[in-house]
Design a protein around this ligand. Sequence first.
Ligand SMILES: [Zn+2]
Length: 105
Amino acid sequence: MSARWTKEQLEFIYKQTYAAAVAPALRRLSASIDSLNESSGILRINAKVPPQAVTVPLAEPNDMIRVDFPCHPEEPVKVDEHWNLDVACLVCGRCDGLLSQRRRA
Ligand SMILES: [Zn+2]
């Protein structure tokens, strides 16, 4: 199986994981903090679990290779790591991009 996920898939997985595992754990923690507050007059901790408003981290599969163009170095292109054909500059269409800079982005 290839480990390539779209952002939507990752978002779905993240939300499912949060709902199934993270949120209940936080609620349990919140409950035990509440009971701690009741039994101790010294320590007061306020624990609130956000309902479901989760910031989904931006995730991108790490399988792209950057191609730099000597003609327009400010406009690099990212291609699939298995791409082995010429890549044309987006600005002028020349095909002398440098795949040598195998920088995972
Ligand atoms: Zn160019």
